[in-house]
Design a protein around this ligand. Structure first.
Ligand code: DX5
Ligand code: ZN
Length: 213
């Protein structure tokens, strides 16, 4: 299991210190939610913030772009320190071109779907990306409730990955709690984003499960 705490839930007054805490508490990735007020209703933060926090940790920056036409900004996010760049299927005119741009920039590529988008749209890309991200809430805000029907989407994408024998990671994002984490792992997710439920001081124990931790 790869843990990717989301900084959207951080106290932005102490962002650097909180990222250092997450690092010490056992985070594998740092999940960075970029929102443009167009693809999603909210606006979060952008390049200057990501460049600044790059100094706070060596952990992998897992940048989740909730922006329209992300191809415009791939090189810029790479320069800011992104290592994994995830874009939304729904936000791209030409998904193959965006994946190529991410790889050309030297980053790993992730492809995400909203809860209402059919899981099958991911299938043509499973051998082209390093990660798929199944949103388990509507993208745009932290602190929402996990949408139960997304469990079937996680199961479906994991089944297809196994059937093809490809090594794509399955990330999930939104509404993760101590109560539902076992179900999510059982469905086949292996990269877990968590925002509001994370207390950085006990990041690993939040997700403690004998088979994983
Ligand atoms: C929502 C973001 C998430 C968010 C998760 O659009 O993509 O990464 O920070 O927050 P929680 O864990 O509070 O649902
Ligand atoms: Zn996210």
């Amino acid at each position: 299991m790869i843990l990717s705490p989301s900084i959207l839930a951080a106290d932005f007054c102490r962002l650097g210190a909180q990222i250092e805490e997450a690092d010490k508490a056992g985070a594998d990735y740092i999940h960075i939610d970029v929102m443009d007020g167009l693809f999603v209703p909210s606006i979060s933060f952008g390049m200057p913030v990501i460049s600044s926090i790059r100094k706070a940790t060596k952990r992998t920056f897992d940048v989740h772009l909730m922006i329209q036409d992300p191809i415009r900004y791939i090189d810029t996010f790479k320069k800011c320190g992104a290592e994994i760049i995830t874009v939304h299927y729904e936000a791209c005119d030409d998904v193959d071109a965006v994946i190529s741009a991410i790889h050309a920039a030297g980053c790993k590529a992730g492809l995400s779907i909203k809860p209402g988008t059919p899981t099958e749209v991911l299938f043509p890309y499973l051998d082209k990306v390093e990660m798929v991200l199944v949103m388990t809430v509507e993208p745009g805000f932290g602190g929402q409730k996990f949408i139960d029907y997304t469990l079937d989407k996680i199961t479906a994408v994991r089944k297809e990955i196994n059937r093809r024998g490809v090594s794509c990671n399955v990330e999930i994002d939104g509404g993760v709690t101590r109560e539902n984490i076992d179900m999510i792992l059982d469905a086949g997710a292996n990269v877990i984003v968590a925002g509001s439920s994370v207390s950085t001081s006990d990041l690993r124990s939040l997700f403690a499960r004998s088979t994983f931790c």
